[in-house]
Write a protein that binds this ligand. Structure first.
Ligand code: MLT
Length: 253
């Protein structure tokens, strides 16, 4: 699967994987703010943005293999790979399947625990609703923290636009892929590269406790909790998010 990819800058490759149900468009401020120090590579995961869905069964492993193929195509042996929420699940799948491709990992607003049976069943309900013509706009208030909802009108409008653009087939496929994901704590315990874990103190979907648990499991990890940020910290508080990433990259190199 060839992923449509937006890139900016040059130097150390930094691959950033987007959240559900967004696209590489969510990393606009990271392409702008981080490109002076590295090569920012932001693909559309399969089915989203400009990438085809293909006909594989839903699986995060397939998404992780797509990212490894992307690195092959770019001639990149090892990269720092980061992901926000669903993107973080793909980073953990990549760490399981292609650990030799990682120079460092960034896990933002994500979790290592699998779905409970109730959460997995709810994803199937959402998938069916999407395939029946439903949309995901009712999820926007959960994606953003109260500070963004009350004071960052541009962010709210932008996220509504991104969520509204999500193709139903891809969103349903991704819900089923996420429902099937395994527990990733052993993967984190086995990481041999440094990690940056990012949380938002207003995140209603992945509370800070999830980030703390991941940080504890990873042998070499640092945790940054961003204030006044919800689930989409990279969009809600881009300067703070970028500072955390830039400082991580400086310490890596
Ligand atoms: C995301 O933002 O990618 C989703 O909240 C992930 C999920 O549904 O678990």
């Amino acid at each position: 699967m060839r992923l449509y990819t937006r890139t900016a800058g040059s130097g150390l490759p930094l691959v950033l994987l987007h959240a559900f149900p967004l696209s590489s468009a969510m990393w606009l401020a990271q392409r702008g703010g981080l490109a002076a120090g590295c090569q920012v590579v932001t693909p559309d995961l399969r089915g989203f943005g400009g990438s085809q869905l293909g006909d594989d069964e839903p699986s995060l492993d397939a998404m992780a293999d797509d990212v490894a193929e992307l690195l092959d195509g770019l001639g990149v042996e090892r990269a720092v790979v980061g992901g926000l929420s669903m993107g973080g699940y793909v980073v953990m799948a990549l760490a399981r399947r292609h650990p030799e491709r990682l120079a460092g990992v960034i896990l933002a607003n994500t979790k290592a625990a699998p779905d409970t049976p109730e959460a997995a069943a709810n994803r199937e309900t959402v998938a069916r609703r999407l395939l029946d013509g439903g949309d995901l706009l009712d999820t926007v208030p959960n994606l953003l923290g109260p500070t963004s909802l009350e004071r960052r009108g541009m962010v709210v409008g932008r996220v509504r636009g991104l969520v509204g653009a999500a193709p139903a087939q891809a969103a349903a496929w991704a819900q089923r892929a996420m429902a099937a994901r395994p527990d990733s704590f052993d993967t984190l315990r086995g990481l041999t590269v440094p990690a940056l874990v990012i949380a938002g103190d207003e995140d209603k979907i992945t509370p800070t406790a999830e980030a703390e648990a991941m940080t504890k499991a990873i042998p070499d990890a640092r945790l940054v909790v961003i204030g006044h940020a919800g689930h989409l910290s990279a969009i809600e508080t881009p300067e703070t998010f970028n500072r955390a990433v830039a400082s991580f990259l400086t310490d890596l190199s």
